[in-house]
Design a protein around this ligand. Structure first.
Ligand SMILES: C[S@@+](CC[C@H](N)C(=O)[O-])C[C@H]1O[C@@H](n2cnc3c(N)ncnc32)[C@H](O)[C@@H]1O
Ligand SMILES: [Zn+2]
Length: 371
């Protein structure tokens, strides 16, 4: 079947149910994941173009599936933003489809330095001389692919990581989170915020093993997955220390609703032990200027996707202050207060922001500012 997504056409398998067992994997629900990747490369690329030495991104995509994401990069990003695009999958069927999909869009490609290969992800990455953008988009956990990706991400490069094993990260299976991500999750309304920050710390720890400091510049949790874009900075000792300092525990008090962070996992509040998770990343989830630019570019760009505008605007607002956690309205009763009726009224207050983690909730420094 031939479908359209963004500005490209792509041949994808016809199936009743999207699953890992598909001949070649394509999930229409991940369109937003691909939309955001295109937008982020567009915004960063336009910024970097101001520097005369910027030659365009060298893209390495080891887990490409149908290649639809890479076709969108090749078609939707203007000439000069891409230097080379290397597309790989270990499935021969996938590679056949990738080649077909590139041909389907042949007349619209803005970059012709394309290589398609059929290798194991690690081999593909380790045989290369490095990339300025690597996209790790696996089934489930990104863990097996991280070492090679971190080794081959260049200085100032962007490492994009998707995790779909949200049941581990958000605490359905605590043991699985401890084993895979070396941190304790939290099974309550904060589970996705906590899970995203646990994922970030894990990738950063792999980074520090290879002397790379990875700073999240755009992160979110949606549907069945979590997604983070890291900027790779060359790790001086100072940069490494600054990252590790921001690996702490999150504490939640179910009585007064307070959310705090600490280097210790033994804290109390309202005369009882807090509910805790971590260690996790307590730094910002976004570069706030980038988050604003992404939302703005989606509005004005011919390849912008109007359906995503609300989501991108919420993130742009949420990114303005680094606040961990959020307050769902239904928790007001725990403080013996009325559930707020109008979110818009709350959002007019200084220091109150929307959150993409939950629609009936807001971010603020303190629950007392809200209810
Ligand atoms: C979730 S799909 C990729 C989806 C694609 N990036 C997209 O946006 O539509 C994961 C892909 O990774 C491939 N894959 C899984 N393990 C791999 C490995 N060790 N080396 C190379 N490819 C692998 C699978 O064949 C599959 O096509
Ligand atoms: Zn308390």
């Amino acid at each position: 079947m031939i479908i359209s997504e963004g500005a490209v056409k792509a041949r994808v398998p016809v199936v009743e149910k999207v699953s890992k067992e598909m001949e070649v994997f394509y999930n229409p629900v991940m369109k937003l994941n691909r939309d955001v990747s295109v937008l982020l490369l567009k915004v960063l690329g336009e910024e970097r173009k101001k520097d005369k030495e910027f030659e365009g991104f060298r893209i390495g995509s080891p887990l490409a599936g149908t290649g639809i994401r890479e076709c969108r990069f090749l078609v939707e990003l203007d000439k000069g933003l891409l230097k080379e695009v290397h597309i790989n999958d270990y499935s021969e069927d996938a590679v056949k489809l990738i080649k077909k999909n590139i041909s389907l869009n042949e007349d619209k490609l803005n970059c012709h330095e394309i290589e398609v290969s059929c290798d194991e992800s690690d081999k593909f990455l380790l045989d290369s001389c490095g990339y300025g953008y690597i996209d790790i988009d696996p089934f489930g956990t990104p863990n097996p692919f991280l070492d090679a990706a971190v080794k081959r991400i260049q200085r100032e490069g962007i490492l994009a990581v998707t995790a779909t094993d949200t049941s581990a990260l958000s605490g359905t299976y605590e043991d699985s989170c401890l084993r895979k991500y070396w941190a304790r999750p939290m099974r309550n309304h904060l589970m996705h915020d906590v899970g995203l920050r646990i994922l970030i710390r894990k990738v950063q720890l792999i980074g520090s093993q290879f002397e790379k400091s990875l700073v999240p510049i755009y992160s979110y949790s949606k549907d069945h997955y979590m997604r983070v874009f890291f900027l790779c900075q060359k790790q001086g000792k100072k940069a490494a220390a600054a990252i590790i300092k921001q690996h702490q525990y999150l504490h939640y008090c179910s009585k007064c609703l307070s959310i705090n962070t600490s280097v210790s996992n033994n804290e109390s509040c309202c005369k009882k032990q807090t509910i805790w998770a971590g260690p996790l990343w307590i730094g910002p989830l976004w570069d706030k200027k980038l988050a604003k630019n992404i939302a703005k570019t989606n509005t004005s760009w011919k390849h912008g996707q109007p359906k995503n505008q609300k989501f991108l605007d919420i993130i742009a607002a949420e990114a303005q202050e680094n606040l961990i956690g959020f307050y769902p309205f239904n928790l007001a009763r725990k403080l013996s207060k009325k559930t707020p009726k109008k979110k818009e009224e709350l959002l007019k207050r200084k220091g109150v922001y929307p959150t993409h983690f939950e629609s009936n909730a807001v971010k603020a420094r303190d629950a007392k500012l809200l209810f």
